[in-house]
Design a protein around this ligand. Structure first.
Ligand code: BG6
Length: 512
């Protein structure tokens, strides 16, 4: 297998990772800080930024949640950072960072709690020199988003005074079109649009940003990136994990809301968008929006839903979804969703896009597969003795995770007297090429929010456009309850019915 060779020195690589700009002094205020996200993702990401010299010197973190955690919060965050790796216990940089973490206990609807929080943030400003810079991060259950936003407005905490004030809103942003609109209205009443950062951590992944670099920084791919050369596109977001103890959340969500409306739709927009006029928030958002708005309404027969039953994964017996903790034993929530859609514009008319996302599938793999049309005639016919059977089409696979990279599959002549061929892969692997593994996505996005760069965040119109596509499917599914759940075994590749619309078109899912 051929691999890529990176053509820059380690010094050049390090230089390219240096910040062009360090954010202004600020306090990151995390609402819902006692949850898993803060410990597993947000604090490790902030500390990695600190290690890379990308945080301002005058900086602090304040966790806000209901439980009276006191000083144990900072200690717990230290554990989270250590578990994230890349640092040893007792590292002076880590200890200095942990000293900048404090905690405030309050109920999110408690008027007095916000008065006390405001006072506390003023004293944090005094102590750390953060000068009124605020990045609020809403990491609570979504039911609290509107309340917190409203209270921040009521208490004069949303308007920039000495320095900027911004808010990051975690997903899920609404649970259908109507609720997403209502939440947008609530947020826009208190914050200006340029203060709002709707996060989708997929956009922070190097491999996702690399879709744009691959397409628009190279001259050779874009000319063939259209209906004339591409047969179809597959986007897979397969997870081997189950719902990880999040029963109550997942019962109200399901695969379509949890992953398809956001992560998969973002991948679709990057693969399908027109070249933006610049890499800047408004240009990117405009092009993404054009893609989602060009998607034809998706009929029920172009959708598949599934739910995992018990199975065996890696030799270990695994529970079915209905047996998971705090899940209804008769639950109709889908843990798998697949869609066929069409983007009716000049570039993509007639090219099917197949999308799927699911839990407890055979393997963790997020991947985009672009399958090209066959050559107009077969000059070389593999005969029965050919080791590889019929000639396969060219394929570009963009591996988003975990094996980050890109492969180009093409036919090569098998050595010997016959003209038979076998498919071979030209493979680029991030880790081999650059010697570093990618960050968790949150690092880049937290840094961008502190810098006020919204390029990799969702915009109001975009969120509503993707919900406009998903909501009719949710409604159709609700009025046609599934009769066959559970319909796939944990560890398999999803329900058999998900192969149907591909095979109808003469295709099959490519499971790497
Ligand atoms: C989250 C979903 O947004 O993304 C989870 O709520 C899912 O259910 C996760 O597991 C997947 O993220 P990643 O980065 O692990 O692919």
């Amino acid at each position: 297998m051929a691999t890529t060779e990176v053509l820059i020195s380690p010094e050049q690589l390090r230089a390219s990772q240096r910040a062009e700009r360090i954010p202004d002094p600020c306090v990151v205020v995390i609402f819902g800080a006692s949850g898993d996200l803060t410990k597993r993702k947000l604090l490790p990401a902030l500390f990695h930024l600190e290690q890379s010299g990308l945080l301002p010197e005058k900086f602090a973190v304040v966790g806000v949640a209901r439980r009276p955690l006191g000083d144990s919060f900072a200690a717990d965050m230290r554990d989270g950072i250590l578990n994230g790796g890349g640092v040893e216990a007792g590292d002076p940089k880590l200890e200095a960072f942990v000293r900048k973490i404090s905690y405030h206990a309050m109920n999110f609807d408690d008027h007095d709690g916000y008065i006390a929080l405001k006072k506390m943030l003023d004293s944090v400003d005094q102590q750390y020199g953060t000068n009124g810079g605020r990045l609020y991060y809403l990491a609570t259950a979504p039911d609290y988003f509107a309340e917190i936003i409203h209270q921040l407005g009521e208490h004069g905490m949303a308007k920039p005074e000495k320095n900027w004030v911004r808010v990051i809103v975690e997903k899920p942003f609404g649970h259908d079109l109507q609720s997403a609109r209502a939440l947008n209205d609530d947020v826009n009443q208190v914050f200006e649009e340029e203060q709002i950062f709707r996060i989708d951590h997929y956009l922070g992944k190097e491999t996702v940003q690399n879709i744009l670099v691959f397409r628009f920084a190279n001259g050779i791919f874009e000319p063939v990136w259209n209906r004339n050369y591409i047969d179809h596109v597959q986007i897979t977001a397969a997870e081997d994990i189950g719902i990880e103890g999040r029963g109550p959340f997942y019962e109200g969500a399901g695969a379509l809301r949890d992953v398809m409306q956001n992560h998969v739709m973002e991948l679709l927009s990057f693969v399908a968008m027109e070249p933006p006029s610049s890499f800047e928030a408004n240009s990117i958002r405009t092009e993404k929006l054009k893609v989602w708005r060009a998607v034809e309404p998706i009929p029920l027969e172009d959708t598949v839903r599934g739910q995992y039953g018990p199975g065996v994964m890696g030799g270990v017996a695994v529970k079915g979804y209905r047996e998971e903790d705090r899940v209804n034993p008769n639950s109709l929530t889908e843990t798998y969703a697949a869609l066929r859609l069409r983007i009716e514009n000049w570039r993509w008319a007639g090219v099917p896009f197949y999308l799927r996302a699911g839990k407890r599938l055979g393997k963790r793999s997020t991947e985009i597969t672009v399958q090209f049309k066959q050559p107009p005639m077969h000059l070389f016919t593999n005969d029965k003795n050919s080791p590889c059977g019929v000639i396969e089409p060219n394929i570009i696979s963009m591996r988003i995770q975990p094996d980050e990279g890109i492969a180009l599959r093409f036919a090569a002549k098998v050595p010997g007297p016959s003209m038979s061929s076998c498919p071979v892969n030209m493979n680029f692997n991030y880790k081999d090429a650059f010697g570093v593994s990618s960050a968790n996505g949150y690092e880049r996005l937290l840094l961008d929010a502190m810098l006020g760069d919204a390029t990799l965040f969702a915009h109001r119109d975009g969120v509503e456009a993707t919900w406009s596509l998903m909501t009719p499917i949710l409604q159709a599914w609700a009025s046609h309850p599934p009769r066959d759940f559970p319909n796939y075994a944990a560890g398999s590749w999803g329900p058999a019915s998900s192969d149907v619309f591909l095979s109808r078109d003469g295709h099959f899912w490519r499971n790497s």
